[in-house]
Design a protein around this ligand. Structure first.
Ligand code: SF4
Length: 65
């Protein structure tokens, strides 16, 4: 699956990292990938937790397909 972040849409609500450790936050609470801080798109083996985090984001700052 491909996961893409849209940091400009993130409102730093803190939800996604509580659902999946794929996600982390920068010093301002804006989403980034825990293991790939510089990337906004990564390929991942199917992970239901990451998919759920994407679906749960209130501002659609994470896409997964
Ligand atoms: S759930 Fe969405 S808005 Fe909230 S911190 Fe994660 S990416 Fe940002």
């Amino acid at each position: 699956m491909k996961i893409k972040l849209y940091p400009e849409k993130c409102i730093a609500c803190g939800l996604c990292q509580t659902i999946s450790d794929v996600f982390d936050y920068d010093d301002d609470g804006i989403v980034l990938f825990a293991d790939h801080h510089q990337e906004t798109t990564i390929e991942l083996a199917n992970r239901n937790d990451a998919l759920l985090a994407a679906k749960s984001c209130p501002t659609k700052a994470i896409s997964a397909d």
